[in-house]
Structures are given as C-alpha cells and as structure tokens.
Design a binder for this molecule. Sequence first.
Ligand code: G3P
Ligand code: CA
Length: 269
Amino acid sequence: AAAAQAADHPHRPVTVAHRGASAYAPENTVAAVDAAHRMGVAWVENDVQRTKDGKLIVMHDTTLNRTTNVEELYPDRAPWKISDFTLGEIEKLDAGSWFDAKFKGERVPTLERYMDAVSHNDQKLLMELKSPELYPGIEAQILRQLKEEGWLDRQHVKHRLVLQSFNGDSVKKVHELRPALKTGFLGTPAIADLPKYAKFTDQINPSYKTIDMAYVSAVHAFQGAHGRPLEVYTWTVNDAPTAKKVASWGVDGIITNAPDVVRNALKDS
Ligand code: G3P
Ligand code: CA
C-alpha cells in the first residue's frame, strides 16, 4: 500500500539547478544561473561563504583553487582558503576557464551580484550556508543582506526562498532569527531524531544514496516548522533512471546539475 501511495504521489517533484545548471556552465556563477533560466528552471541552489574582509560570496569549496585560477595568480598563498583572501583579490580571479575556455572571464560572484541575477531572471533560491562554523555570525549577516535585496518580503519568504545547511545549529539559528523563513537540514537524520529537526526546519534534504521510499514516507509523516509535512529535497541526481526512482519514492524536490535531464525523465510521470 505504501508503494502504491508513493507512486501515485500527486505532485511532480520540483527541479532545482545544483550550483546553477552546473553540468553546462561553471558552478555557482551568474553564467550557471542564466543557463538554468534558459532551460526554464525556476529554482537554483548555491553555496555562500565569507571573505577575509567580511564580504559574502558564492562558492562551494572552502578553498579557491578547484574552481578558479588562484594558483596561477597567487602561487604563494596555499592552501588558498576563501577566508584568507579579500574580495578585491577574489574579484581578479577567473572562475570560468577551468570549466571551459568559452567561460573565460566569468567571476566569483558576490552574493549581491548573484541575487541580482536570480531576481532579474525571476528565479527562486535554495541557499546553502556552506561550512558556517568557519564564519561566526554569518547567519545574521546573510539575513541582513537578504533584507537589503528585498528578499524577506512576504512573497519571497512564502514562495521563493529556502535556507539550508549541513550544520543543524546554523539552520536553527536562521529559524530563530527569522522564524517566517523556510529552512532545510542537509543530511539524513535517524527517524527517531526527526521531531527535533521538525521544530526548526521545513525540509530534510539527504543524498539520494542514503534514502529509500520508507525514509521519504517517514519524513512526510512529521510536521515541519510551519505546520506542513516535512519535505524531502534530494541530491545530486544527474541521470534519468535515478530521477524516476526518487520521484516514485515521493520526494518533493530533485537537486541536479542537469535540470534538463531530470525534467525530461519526469515529463510523463
Ligand atoms: O543542495 C544539496 C547539495 O548542494 C549538498 O551538497 O556538497 O553540493 O553542497 P554540496
Ligand atoms: Ca550546496
């Protein structure tokens, strides 16, 4: 019965472009946001961290060397931690060439620049606080910036914005600072621990490799912080068979580098 119920799940999962449409453009750049937009994908996921001089930028790794030419420009600054570089230094980096020569000159976006692109495209944002334990106070700082960008109005808070983290304390802090905001916890808590998370989250967002249909159903049975069933957004699903499988489990969102692949896979579901 549980299987039939999940297979008949009335809602097709939402597709979220992971780090933007990162199979097609350099991750966490404006180019990746725009690539998702051209595919008609409303939701983008990003990762936010902080520079040495306290500015918020969008990048996944806590170091700059995988996704920029930092080693070339600053050879003596290993291990190239974001927190050891000023925004001025980071803005000199090329964040596109490593992916494909045609993206040469793409920059590491400030959060402000990134949000401008998302707003301009009328997209929605699943924002990750990446390694927030490295950046004390980043929760309040992000909320201040969201407010400045006009992203804490009713419309955005209700329909267009979710803040998530692997760091449960950080998610809890965001919820306490701004209770109206939707939040997600990245990970796969034991079912017995879900009531604890449900007090401050709306979503439980696990790797698809760690879950099954029973887990998704178990999460849905709890009410989240805003009184609706806890949702499941799973990552990172980049192929059609996996997309179909997790959709049949009843997940609410699929986070993917290749939103076109996921969308095509779910077309007839
Ligand atoms: O949004 C889910 C996913 O981004 C979590 O993993 O390492 O890509 O940030 P990671
Ligand atoms: Ca992420």
